[in-house]
Design a binder for this molecule. Structure first.
Ligand code: PLP
Length: 355
């Protein structure tokens, strides 16, 4: 197989052992002589996978009592409306830090008043807004912890006077999180914890059942709590590979080790971006720099070389480093499974190109 350095933004690189386990289970799942996609999700072979995946989430994230871990379909985008459906009675507050945050707030407007506490949209989301306050009369406050397109990240757990809701799609399981500070956390699996097709929701039960509107069955989180994520057929293959991805995280040392690796990779790449006279970072406040999606451009006087560098990087095995069309330049997504060697190879490319 061709050796590449995979910096795709999502879907993206997954741990090799998890991908291999998926291939094996497609051939012969748990010695059943059948593929994991050919058996009932009610079978005795499948049930332990489901239970163990929940247990791994709880263990790795140190999830306290009172929370449920759900595996749903529809992607994070479906949560954009499911969250307000379940939680918005009068007013919700949103922090506008990027395209995904903005999309989430737009969906909430179908259900009630939405207050945008702050926005960095006018600056093409090149920082996380500072100095705002969370309205105490909001039903919840929604944040996007990592802004995949712009490379900004809220790397600490906020204190909120109202229920805190977070879209963690692109920094799920990338660091330790104090789950007790959140009422609800959600994310699509495909950026850090598995293949596309499964969405993880971590919800504190006591925030549910407070809105007066009737909820369609599938939209109501309580349906999936009581059905243990099997009210309807769950995305079995995606869950299987997620299970193997979480096992890999645990095997290498859990979130302490993941955090250490992610910092090491990001430090290496950011220091090259800052040192190399041809490149510069796009995020203006250094404290906001994402450890997951590292965005940079060429200095103004080298702007016309961006295409050429992309080609050079491609010729050297780099995949997926073209920046999102709204930002331009480059974006190296250094998710959990991205090895240090890939970041070293990219840094080498930047150094060789600049001489
Ligand atoms: C990718 C992404 C989404 C969209 O996820 P889907 O599962 O494709 O709906 C939402 N939020 C963030 C932060 C993302 O990175």
């Amino acid at each position: 197989m061709k050796q590449v350095h995979n910096f795709n933004a999502g879907p993206c690189i997954l741990p090799k052992p998890a991908v291999q386990a998926g291939i094996d289970a497609l051939n012969n799942f748990a010695d059943t002589g059948m593929s994991v996609i050919e058996i009932s999700h009610r079978s005795k072979e499948w049930e332990p996978v489901m239970a163990d995946t929940v247990a791994l989430w709880k263990e790795l994230y140190n999830i306290p009592e009172g929370y449920h871990v759900l595996f749903l379909g529809g992607g994070a985008s479906t949560q954009f409306f499911t969250v307000p459906y379940n939680l918005l009675e009068k007013k919700a507050a949103y922090l506008d830090t990027g395209v995904w945050a903005n999309k989430a707030s737009k969906e909430a407007k179908f259900f009630g008043e939405v207050e945008i506490v702050a926005s960095s949209k006018a600056d093409v989301y090149n920082h996380i807004p500072k100095g705002w306050t969370i309205p105490a009369d909001a039903d919840y406050f929604h944040i996007t912890t990592n802004n995949t397109i712009y490379g900004t990240e809220i790397k600490h757990d906020l204190d909120s006077p109202v229920t805190l809701v977070a879209d963690m799609s692109s920094d799920f399981m990338s660091r330790r999180v104090d789950v007790s500070k959140y009422g609800l956390i959600y994310g699509g699996a495909q950026k850090n914890v598995g293949p596309a097709g499964v969405t993880v929701v971590i919800v504190r039960e006591d925030i549910l059942g407070k809105v007066s509107r009737p909820l369609p069955t599938m939209v109501d989180y309580r349906t999936h709590i009581s059905g243990e994520s099997m009210f309807n057929t769950p995305p079995v293959f995606s869950i299987y590979v997620m299970h193997e991805t979480l096992k890999w995280i645990k095997d290498i040392g859990g979130l302490v080790e993941i955090e250490r690796r992610n910092k090491e990779k990001a430090d290496l790449l950011y220091s090259e971006i800052d040192r190399n006279p041809m490149f510069k970072g796009t995020v203006i406040d250094r404290e906001d720099r994402s450890l997951m999606n590292i965005c940079f451009v060429m200095e103004d006087k080298y702007k016309d070389k961006e295409q050429d560098f992309l080609q050079y990087a491609k010729d050297n095995g780099m995949v997926g480093i073209k920046g999102h069309r709204s930002v331009g330049g480059f974006r190296a997504s250094c998710y959990n499974a991205c090895p240090l060697e890939s970041v070293q190879a990219l840094v080498k490319c930047m150094q060789e190109y600049a001489v």
